[in-house]
Design a protein around this ligand. Structure first.
Ligand code: ZN
Length: 269
């Protein structure tokens, strides 16, 4: 009778991590690591798959076979704790390649990978380097500017908190939040909603920022009625100044900031 496949449960994650690191650091060959995991009751193929994927992750190479969500989460945390931020970024790059590979395969896998994208963004947000977000935002600004205003308004109006965290445009995967901000920037004419200023960049485009009314750390969402388009000065004043909320609904936000009253339209038009 064939033994039933043992599921890779949480208590096994530390062993998989340690054995793979031993192989990665060339303390012994892959077969030894695999045998050690099989001794714990992990199926041979599964052990091989996990060691291979985690090793690819440590090398920053996109892996093909899948690991479960909580294992991925655990490994990223361990990589960050043990090897630091630079290695975490490599691992994130591997995860991104993995996800893009699956997204490119078929549309039907797009949503099922949403949990993994969430993990990806969770760790990307804690790495101090925000280049990736800036690059994405620049790229999205250029894409969005070619879109029809009506399509943008429709897209923003129909946006729900439960929508997938990632979005595919021209076969590239972007963070949905970044697309929302690019769309709002375009809709607001790249002007600060508090002072109307525009900041011209050398390439002829405009620099402006998205600010959250309810901060993300307080579980503020990424829907249009929670995002103001502000110049860097007003963004910081809004985040750090003395803010008194006066009234707010889906189309309006009235507040007092450092003694000055602002009445900002949140209408999508
Ligand atoms: Zn301003």
């Amino acid at each position: 009778m064939q033994q039933e496949k043992k599921k890779v449960t949480e208590n096994l994650f530390p062993y998989i991590f340690n054995e793979t690191v031993a192989f990665y650091q060339k303390r012994y060959v892959k077969n030894v690591a695999k045998k050690n995991l099989v001794k714990l009751g992990i199926n041979e193929n599964t052990a091989s798959r996990y060691i291979g994927s985690l090793d690819d992750m440590l090398h920053g190479e996109g892996y093909k076979s899948t690991m479960n969500l909580s294992a991925t989460d655990y490994f990223l945390q361990k990589i960050s704790d043990k090897f630091g931020e630079e290695k975490l970024q490599k691992a994130l790059s591997a995860l991104k390649q993995h996800l893009e590979y699956y997204t490119s395969l078929k549309d039907r896998t797009k949503n099922s990978k949403n949990g993994l994208w969430e993990i990806y963004y969770k760790y990307r947000n804690v790495t101090k380097i925000e280049d990736e977000d800036d690059l994405e935002q620049n790229c999205l600004d250029k894409i969005v500017i070619k879109e029809d205003i009506k399509a943008i308004v429709d897209d923003l109006m129909n946006l729900k908190v439960s929508d997938p965290v990632s979005v595919v445009i021209n076969k590239k995967v972007f963070k949905r939040d970044n697309k929302t901000i690019s769309q709002l920037k375009y809709l607001r004419g790249y002007c600060c909603q508090m002072c109307g200023i525009q900041i011209l960049k050398a390439d002829g485009s405009f620099y402006i920022e998205g600010a959250h009314i309810d901060p993300k750390k307080d579980w503020g969402n990424e829907l249009p009625n929670n995002i103001l388009i502000l110049c860097p000065n007003h963004h910081k004043e809004f985040d750090y100044g003395n803010l008194e909320r006066i009234s707010r609904d889906d189309e309006h936000f009235k507040f007092k900031l450092n003694g000055e009253i602002y009445d900002i339209s949140l209408k999508l038009e």
